[in-house]
Unconditional design. Structure first.
Length: 551
């Protein structure tokens, strides 16, 4: 404001015939210097605050992610989590480091200017606000309906990006099977509908918003002020110095308002982002006992016991009253038709979720009463989606035992039937998947098995997942699994019945219930679901072999 005040003060003095204007100029220049330091200081403080807040939020988010049930992650893709932890927190930067300072800087001058103008001449001050008030009313009217469409606009953006991702992901399949053009048709359709929506939206608001913008522009304010002020000054109702004040300060209100409007948009976006962060922070966690129980590994009885377990995904009941006991050092296989609840059951053991009814116990202690880190000292798992972290294969293998030496890592890799393959890589165990090494799905799974062998937890949950592996890979995975199962209590989801013939116990699931259980021979003798599945499995194998031989 200082240069503007200086202009008015200098004209006032000159009009009085006082030519001593240097002190005013010096004060204005000093004020400018103070402003520069002030702006720099404010920016610095705001950025420091941003660093502290972002750090605090990220730490809170990571803590939260650690406490969320693992099932929460399987229901979401990693993109969602990354968006909140990385992008959303980064977007808050705008709010904390910039918007606060910018909005303040934009809001203060108009307020001061209006106050000052009212002191100089309240009637002219009202006149200077006239174009603004009319402009705001027009703008408000135009936006009243349009504002409600903002969520629809965001919805369209999500739909558009989903269609684009679908188009790119499915392009191979559609190219191979679909008629030409099918792949892009859906994407084009969504784009076209979006364009239509957007045009309608823009059209409904454009005329009014252009009028509003013209009204609140500095030019309009200046036209009104010079006309009214000129007439009043000429008639002797307004001193010339006051008229100059209005010419100088009159447009400050409108320019400030316009800056305010442009800095409000990032503010609104940041608030939406803050909502997403808050919703992640308030996602329900797995309850943790205030006085956790430490399970006694020497307690008599089964290592794992499930009683009357029921689990539903919304309306879909996946498990309906399951009882299960895993005896120490035994291998129990879960079999059943697709969708019978095998994965759901297996994932309750490492507490991906809690059952809605019934309980899961480890050495007689309900999992809900055990500290999660204590639970993972007992239970390891290898699931189909073999997870490799972006670090060396050595560190991937020793994730569960970071202090393991090289010999132990190599021994585990050897038992998991993957050591030779890893030694073939240019940097051996130092290689990083995705950077200087690529492994097949089966090979990644064997690395995960090596991790489980090294972690040496007494209970192991496995998804056999050999259905899609080639015979050699399958045989190797089988060998690795037999190795890892030695002396451990194992629950394995079996996709090929031939691989679990020797299991100590086989549990047959159907529609979320255990319908048969026993050893392979006992189940065959029952002539029930298992026997039918076995026949089907055998038939599929022989017919595949016959077909290959016939060729
Ligand atoms: N995240 C989920 N949300 C909703 N329903 C689910 C979810 N996961 C599984 N289901 C449903 O729960 C039931 C049991 O699924 P589950 O994956 O446990 O079966 P499964 O026996 O492991 O199947 P498969 O052998 O095909 O892997 C199915 O009806 C499935 O559609």
């Amino acid at each position: 404001m200082a240069p503007l005040v200086a202009v008015v003060e200098i004209s006032r003095r000159l009009l009085r015939g006082d030519t001593d204007v240097w002190p005013v100029i010096v004060v204005a220049l000093m004020a400018l210097v103070v402003k520069q330091f002030g702006t720099f200081g404010a920016g610095l403080l705001a950025h420091l605050a941003d660093i502290r807040v972002s750090f605090g939020i990220r730490r809170e988010l990571l803590g939260k992610l650690r406490r969320l049930p693992l099932g929460w992650f399987t229901d979401r893709n990693s993109g969602t989590v990354k968006k909140v932890v990385e992008d959303d927190v980064a977007a808050l930067h705008q709010l904390i480091a910039h918007s606060v300072v910018e909005v303040t800087a934009a809001a203060v001058p108009p307020v001061v200017a209006i106050g000052y103008l009212f002191v100089v001449d309240w009637r002219m001050a009202l006149v200077s606000l006239l174009p603004l008030v009319v402009g705001m009313i027009v703008y408000q009217r135009a936006m009243a309906g349009a504002g409600t469409k903002y969520p629809v606009f965001m919805e369209w953006l999500t739909r558009l990006s989903a269609a684009a991702v679908e188009f790119v992901n499915g392009i191979g399949v559609v190219k191979a099977f679909g008629p030409p053009g099918v792949a892009s048709r859906r994407f084009q359709e969504v784009s076209r509908n979006f364009a239509r929506f957007f045009l309608d939206w823009a059209r409904s608001t454009s005329r009014a918003s252009v009028i509003a913008e013209i009204l609140v522009s500095p030019a309009s304010v200046l036209v009104v002020l010079t006309t009214v002020g000129g007439v009043l000054t000429a008639a002797g109702h307004l001193p010339l110095a006051s008229f100059i004040s209005f010419l100088v300060f009159g447009t400050v209100t409108t320019t400030g308002l316009m800056t305010l409007m442009t800095s409000v948009h990032p503010l609104v976006t940041s608030l939406a982002v803050a909502r997403d962060i808050r919703s992640l922070l308030s996602a329900p966690e797995l309850p943790v006992a205030t006085h956790p129980v430490v399970p006694d590994a020497d307690a008599p009885g089964p290592v794992i016991r499930m009683r009357g377990v029921r689990f539903a995904y919304g309306e879909t009941v996946a498990l309906d009253g399951v009882d299960l006991e895993l005896e120490r050092g035994t291998v129990t296989a879960l079999v059943g038709p697709s969708g019978s609840g095998k994965s759901t059951l297996a994932k309750l053991l490492p507490r991906f979720d809690d059952p809605q009814q019934g309980s899961v116990e480890l050495h007689g202690a309900d999992l809900r009463t055990i500290d999660p880190s204590e639970l993972y000292r007992h239970v390891a798992f290898v699931f189909q989606d073999a997870a490799m972290l972006r670090m060396s294969i050595r560190d991937n293998i020793r994730l569960g035992r970071p202090d393991a030496d090289d010999a132990a890592v190599r021994a585990a890799a050897g038992k998991a039937q993957i050591l030779n393959r890893l030694d073939e890589l240019p940097r051996g165990l130092e290689s990083v998947i995705g950077e200087d090494a690529e492994l097949s799905g089966g090979e990644c799974q064997r690395v995960c098995i090596a991790r489980a062998i090294l972690a040496d937890r007494p209970v192991l949950v496995l998804d056999e997942a050999t259905a899609s592996a080639d015979p050699e890979n399958e045989a190797r995975i089988q060998d690795a699994l037999s190795e890892v199962a030695r002396d451990r209590t194992v629950l394995v989801i079996a996709h090929r019945l031939s691989t679990i013939r020797n299991a100590d116990r086989i549990l047959v699931l159907d529609a979320g219930r255990v319908v048969e259980q026993g050893r392979h021979d006992e189940l065959l003798a029952l002539q029930g679901l298992y026997a039918r599945m076995w026949q089907h499995d055998q038939h599929a194998r022989t017919s595949a072999v016959t077909k290959v031989e016939a060729r």
